[in-house]
Design a protein around this ligand. Structure first.
Ligand code: 6PG
Length: 242
């Protein structure tokens, strides 16, 4: 199995392995007196990770060095049950000493175009720039069973190449608008980590990882890190067709 693929028994074990990566990178940056700039996704799998971080890593991770951004956000208020920020706040942020100044929320309640523009400016002002692009230390991604990642859906592949660092995705079924990092921003990150669990992801994951003829119909297939390939942290169920 390729070196960028890490398979674990359960979703909990998979998320725990990612938590250990965040711990190691936060400590490494702390030694260099550097912040850890991390962008997180929404969804059920990141929620497992956030709960682990809140329960088991509140003391060990130097949270005052962590600056938190979002990969994407549904265009709803933060109190809405579908809000990625709302989920992150309930499962992680309200349990940790992260200063408000280090939390860069995508404001889903705002006009989408205005919010995308506002967030572009935040990334330009708050992150190191490399090749004229904002560079995150870590970007945590999920993958939908349709192969979407962030809020880049198969019918909006152009967002992978967008000249904007932040743009607007539209869910193909619900037509819900979402603020999303674009492919160029994601692929600029020092480390890109997919956290993927569940049987429902196995078919698409096989097509992507085995480069089957259909692989390039899925946005997740076009994701890599600035200097390498993306890391896949997956559970046994998601790996069942590999
Ligand atoms: C979102 C996420 C999205 C998510 C995938 C996987 O806002 O919905 O950013 O890209 O990561 O849909 O979600 P699950 O982990 O819940 O399967």
């Amino acid at each position: 199995m390729s070196e960028n693929l890490h398979v674990f028994e359960t979703p909990y074990d998979t998320a725990h392995a990612v938590a250990e990566i965040i711990l190691a990178k936060a400590k490494a940056n702390q030694k260099l007196s550097l912040p850890l700039n991390i962008a997180v996704s929404g969804g059920s799998t990141p929620k497992i990770l956030f709960t682990i971080l809140a329960n088991d890593y509140a003391e060990s991770i130097p949270w005052h060095f962590v600056r938190l951004f979002w990969v994407d956000e549904r265009c709803v208020p933060p109190t809405h049950p579908e809000s990625n920020f709302g989920m992150t706040y309930e499962s992680l942020l309200k349990h940790l000493p992260i200063h408000d100044a280090n939390i860069f929320r995508m404001q889903g309640e705002n006009d989408p175009e205005k919010e995308a523009e506002r967030y572009r400016k935040i990334l330009k002002n708050e992150l190191p720039q490399k090749n004229d692009l904002p560079q995150f230390d870590i970007i945590l991604l999920g993958m939908g069973d349709d192969g979407h990642t962030a809020s880049i859906f198969p019918n909006q592949m152009e967002l992978l190449q967008s000249s904007y660092t932040v743009s607007i995705g539209i869910h193909p079924v619900s037509k819900q608008k979402r603020i999303t990092l674009t492919g160029k921003t994601i692929n600029q990150a020092a480390d890109v980590i997919f956290l993927i669990t569940g049987e429902s992801k196995a078919d698409v994951l096989r097509q992507i990882l085995k480069r089957e003829p259909t692989f390039d119909t899925f946005p997740a297939a076009f994701i890599h890190s600035n200097s390498s390939i993306a890391e896949f942290y997956i559970d046994k169920q998601a790996s069942s067709e590999l």
